[in-house]
Design a protein around this ligand. Sequence first.
Ligand code: DON
Length: 506
Amino acid sequence: MDAAIATALALAVVYPQAGNLAGGGFLVARSPDGTVQALDFRETAPARATRDMFLDGDGRPVPKASTATSLAVATPGSVRGYAEAHRRLGRLPWARVVAPAERLAREGFLVPAGLSADLAESRELLTRWEETRRLFFPDGKPLAAGALLRQPDLAATLARVGTEGPEAFHRGKMAARLVSFVKAHGGVLSEEDLAGYAPVWRAPDEIRFGRLVVHTMPLPSSAGQVLRSVLAQLEVARGSAGGLDADSYHLLLEAERRAYADRNRWLGDGDCTVVPLGEILEPARLAALGASIDPARATPSATVGASLASDSGEAEETTHLSVATPDGAAVSLTTTLNGSFGNGAIVPGLGVLLNNEMDDFAIAPGVPNLYGLVQGSVNEVRPGARPLSSMSPAIVEVDGRPLLVVGSPGGSTIPTTVLQVLLRAAGGESLGAAVAAPRLHHQHTPDVVFVEKAGAPEALRASLRARGHFLRERGPIGQVHAIVFAPDGQLTGASDPRGSGAPAAP
Ligand code: DON
């Protein structure tokens, strides 16, 4: 846990696209004795948030209000989340866990090409904010690859969090500074929201699939529901064996279509509203869904659940890390500001970027979010509620021993990315091959199979078209960091060739 939290904090410095102090996330942690716990440090809607806060007088969504403004900011959860995870499962002193991130911020680091390119891509969002412009766009241009980036304000924030603990961020001067910035720009976040935020330990969802058990996030993430539904349908449609070939891809995509129909319509924060999870996940119902898959034909989404129409697509950034030790301890942690660089604002004096997690709520009926998800009123904005997430940190066991630590960014594509790596690894592919393999994705609405431009062999595409699927090309799907345990405890890590991470070992 020390390594996981130190890494997450370092990512807030060197990977501002998604690493964060003012965002949120989830983690699943396994102890060597086999205990698995999950921590929810997802952001919450501020107390003064309202259902229609992103709509104009005529009930139409105000463009970008839920993504690029101060209203988009949900109450951050990461600092208290990291501290709570460390309090329960860390061993090193807290100050020591925070120190490497503080040093990276103070001494600076050389901007990687990926950050430079992402800054250029998000230029319009980022340059609206004075402090962000000053730090990331010196001379009006995005920081060049190889430039030294020092973040003294962020270093000072981390130094205080390191010496005083998470309260330094959630209460007092720093909290006041963050809130007054948000308020000055029309947001509703208050000091009470920050002071009142609490991470929550939850019982992880435990999903059986053949000899495997998958431990992943329950609500307010849709991970557990999507993974359980898809795997149960697959068991009926083809038996429980792993592996992914052209024929099984059709079945997987059809199961995804059905699982996302439920997700988008019925899921929200189960602590604040009624989610009929028991009914949705009833084994007989899932078996019937699996049996409704036609092996030869795609089922139109309009005839599966409720079609809530429309779609969109935009830059997505979240970040996932996996940590494991040979004794069977593991942490799978996904954290995010939601969109790339969140709402784009760096708070002057604090050096932290703000999230735009409010966009994960259903901001208006029938209106897609950043990830094209069209969600139901169960997931509407409610004060104090957590927006429905797709983040799917997972730890997989086989016959009671740890097998795989896995997770990914990618918004709505996260659960299906995790599923593909899982099925391939379970089918005997090497971890590197399982992570590198082309990915496909279905989320019910829009009624298309997303395929990576640079992926999916033509034979697979042809076999899907022949079954009546519509294919839509897009950029890379997901950015996995995963670890496998060999039976003797030997660890192998794999980082996605789609991203710039790399496995590390002591
Ligand atoms: O919680 C969610 O589902 C989204 N806020 C995650 C965003 C994300 O993965 C962006 N990624 N690439």
